[in-house]
Design a protein around this ligand. Structure first.
Ligand code: PAF
Length: 308
């Protein structure tokens, strides 16, 4: 264990092996036990791939607000990248990430090497995402969700408190299909953890924060705004009880130069089965969009309200 917090008290502890993670969480939970009203402290895990931004900071803050011990994992998971070039290009910014996490009050960062996570080499046994993992993002990135669920299951197991404690894990709502699949995995496999979704963080002009935004040129960034604007227009139509007219919404995105639309649809947020209309219950319909802007694939979503 490298106690990076010694000279700068705001930096979290950094560990890289599962054994050190277990030892450090046990120590932190023991210290928190005497402070917890019922002697049962809580551990909040925030799984990330690094390249952190304000969206990740919101995840860490949500955990800091609710939990006694906050653990953040930083691991670029090769299993969820279909494309080697995309894996190599993924930003690796551990020093900056540690500073950002320290500022949110995270206690511990688990940043394993690939060999620490996959000591047996490429895993032969994996979690299957099933049919929900084959549509939308899953259709664009075959195998992505199996690889994502496999590493999330491993991370949830590795950070699981060994002693009596509450256990929560935090994921951003921007990756809505990922979040739906993680909730389903926890339900289907009885994983002893409570999953918390954290709202999307947007720049002032509406662009959803993403680690990939840093690869956009200024012109591409301006063009990308059509995604959040189109979703917001759909949300307004839904609130007014007007027909959504997805064809017109798709045409608006397609007309934007440099934006190559993959999909724009309205789905059930749990199953990702397309829905014809928002339905009577609030938050039962989610508008989802994906497009390539220049070389960067972006996704976004907004919940559609029931008409008021
Ligand atoms: O959302 C991400 O950053 C990743 O998919 C996750 C959940 C950390 C798994 O690698």
């Amino acid at each position: 264990m490298i106690p990076t917090g010694l000279d700068s008290p705001s930096l979290p502890l950094l560990v890289s092996t599962p054994a050190d993670l277990r030892a450090a969480t046990a120590t932190l939970l023991d210290a928190a036990r005497s402070r917890a009203a019922d002697g049962r402290p809580s551990l909040g895990l925030v799984p990330t791939m690094g390249g952190l931004h304000a969206g990740h900071a919101a995840l860490a803050r949500a955990a800091r607000t609710a939990d006694d011990v906050v653990v953040v994992s930083v691991f670029v998971n090769p299993l969820q990248f279909g494309d080697q070039a995309d894996l190599e290009r993924y930003p690796r910014t551990l020093d900056e990430d540690l500073r950002l996490l320290g500022a949110q009050g995270a206690d511990l960062v688990f940043a394993p090497a690939v060999e620490d996570m996959y000591p047996g080499g490429e895993p032969l046994v994996r979690v299957s995402a099933g049919p929900t993992g084959e549509v939308f993002e899953g259709a664009a990135r075959p195998g992505h969700f199996d690889g994502m669920l496999t590493v999330v299951a491993k991370l949830l197991n590795l950070a699981q408190p060994a002693t009596r404690a509450r256990y929560r894990a935090y994921f951003g709502e921007k990756d809505a299909q990922q979040l739906a699949l993680i909730r389903r995995m926890v339900l289907d496999l009885n994983l002893p953890v409570h999953i918390e979704g954290v709202p999307i963080v947007r720049d002032a002009d509406g662009l959803a924060l993403s680690s990939r935004n840093r690869f956009l040129t200024d012109d591409e960034r301006s063009a990308a705004l059509v995604l959040s604007r189109t979703l917001a227009a759909l949300r307004e139509r839904a609130a007014r009880g007007e027909p959504l007219d997805l064809a017109a919404a798709r045409a608006r995105i397609t007309a934007e130069e440099g934006v190559d639309l993959d999909y724009l649809d309205v789905v059930d947020p749990a199953s990702f089965v397309p829905r014809a209309d928002p339905g009577p219950e609030p938050h039962t319909a989610l508008a989802v969009v994906a497009a390539r802007v220049g070389a960067v694939r972006l996704i976004d979503n907004m919940a559609l309200p029931a008409p008021h």
